[in-house]
Write a protein that binds this ligand. Structure first.
Ligand code: BG6
Length: 476
């Protein structure tokens, strides 16, 4: 392993910070998503809070008031890197202000300063599923081109203010979530009249793909703005890897699988890394009956704003079949056909460490850009035992196996910059809004409704991971 390998952990502002109205913060789309469970979907109420619903992201893990303790715990684990995000609404409460909110900027100054004091390099996602709700309601989010300008104003403020403190940036979290109907609200800020449930959103692919195009243009412009402010900045894209295998060696399974890799996994990276849409998109759009408005200027922008590195989330894999009669199993953003060789988590996500090695090799072969694994982990029901500890051998086992496979990929020649598992500390689940779906090395004493002391407790995985980092991945 390289000696400068970025070991660490990850979170997102809307899932960890809480303090949803502190110091001038505005409401984001995450603040208007109710809680749910694996069985009960979250509800989307973009116009107002509704009586009887609970909004878990507003309190989350209360990092806003606990950040000093949390960052010191990360330091104790030996983190070299903390992948976090900035809440757009702390900086621009509605997204349309001309001047930023100084109190919001000052908060992140304190966070970055303490991270550096602890020897931790921040890696910042500029937008992680939390655009200002005002932009959702006024412009239908990214469906409008005007959102590009609001985003760029925000980016410029961040790069100018923090470029000496933050070298690594990511523009949008899991931008390829926009290739799925699920991405309408959370990723693209689109709401269609009548949409209520997060898992059953009304979808207009024409609008959704146009919005995704706007997002990629905005990202390319942000890369150029960032590099102009400081040529040393490393600005990457971030995609959710949703790898699939053909269920059988039937050639039609293989073709379907290949199509899914192109249209979901590679759709955005082809644009953001290579600078133009893949050849397959012409037929894909025609088959969907959509026509995108892409100007010559847009095409040039995409070419001129390619990224420096590729960050991915990787949790699980599924299979695909050309036949329809298979039962489906869940997954991060996308369900698929179950793989008979894999076991699944309690939320039905199939655990596949070898799939990580495969994915890294595929990505590196295709793009030859440095890769960063910014999310990988196991959501599980952890128990705070009577001895005051949290014993999570299942999480250690999951991470150990994935790190082993990552090391194999590195030995196979892949350039991996670092590994920041999901999540540094327990946070609110994005898909279900639960606290009970825990991922962290640090337990947060709070339940699905924000009841609890919010005390931080080191899990067994905390000590295990500290040793992994100290030995640079040798002792697993
Ligand atoms: C990724 C997101 O899709 O998966 C995170 O970037 C999310 O925000 C993570 O939390 C795990 O998913 P979930 O739904 O279990 O929280």
């Amino acid at each position: 392993m390289r000696t400068d390998f970025l070991w660490g952990g990850a979170t997102a502002a809307n899932q960890v910070e809480g303090g949803f109205d502190a110091d001038g913060k505005g409401l984001s789309c995450a603040d208007l998503l109710s809680n749910g469970t694996r069985e009960v979907p979250r509800q989307i109420t973009p116009h107002q809070s509704e009586e009887g619903l609970y909004y878990p992201n507003r309190i989350a893990s209360d990092f806003y008031h606990h950040y000093e303790e949390d960052i010191r715990l990360m330091g104790e684990m030996g983190f070299k890197c903390y992948r976090m995000s900035i809440a757009w609404t702390r900086i621009f409460p509605t997204g349309e202000e001309e001047t930023p909110n100084e109190a919001g900027l000052a908060f992140y100054d304190r966070v970055f300063d303490l991270l550096h004091e602890q020897g931790i390099e921040p890696m910042v996602t500029i937008s992680h599923y939390e655009m200002p709700i005002h932009l959702v309601n006024k412009y239908n989010g990214w469906a409008s081109r005007e959102t590009i300008d609001h985003f760029l104003r925000y980016c410029r403020v961040l790069f100018e203010r923090y470029h000496t403190k933050v070298r690594y940036w990511l523009t949008f979290n899991e931008i390829n979530c926009g290739t799925l109907a699920l991405g309408n609200y959370m990723s693209l800020g689109i709401v269609h009249e009548g949409t209520r449930y997060f898992t059953k959103q009304i979808d207009d692919p024409q609008l959704r793909y146009q919005a995704l195009h706007h997002q990629m243009v905005a990202s390319a412009l942000a890369v150029q703005v960032g590099h102009a402010i400081d040529a040393d900045l490393q600005i990457g894209c971030m995609i959710a890897m949703m790898p699939t295998y053909p269920l059988t060696c039937h050639p039609k399974d293989l073709l379907k699988c290949q199509k899914q890799w192109q249209e979901i996994n590679y759709y955005c990276t082809d644009v953001m890394v290579r600078g133009s849409y893949g050849a397959y998109t012409k037929r894909m759009w025609a088959d969907m009956g959509i026509t995108l408005s892409i100007s010559d200027q847009d095409r040039q922008t995409l070419k001129d704003g390619t990224v420096d590195y590729i960050a991915i989330s990787y949790y699980q894999t599924n299979c695909v079949s050309h036949e329809d009669d298979h039962s489906m199993i869940g997954g991060n953003l996308l369900a698929g056909v179950a793989n008979p060789y894999l076991k699944a988590s309690e939320w039905g996500w199939q655990i596949d460490p070898d799939g990580l090695r495969y994915t890294l090799k595929e990505l590196y072969d295709r793009y030859q850009r440095p890769l960063m694994i910014v999310e990988n982990g196991l959501g599980a029901f952890d128990q705070l035992e009577s001895d005051g500890c949290v014993h999570d051998p299942y999480r250690i086992d999951y991470l150990r196996q994935h790190i082993r496979c990552m090391k194999e990929a590195i030995a196979d020649g892949v350039d991996v910059m670092g590994y920041t598992p999901w999540s540094a500390i327990d946070i609110i689940s994005a898909s279900t809004g639960e606290m009970a779906k825990r991922y962290g090395f640090i337990y947060v004493d709070s339940d699905d409704h924000g009841n609890g002391s919010f005390r931080r407790i080191r899990k067994d995985s905390f000590y295990w991971y500290a040793n992994v980092i100290a030995s640079n991945g040798e002792e697993l």
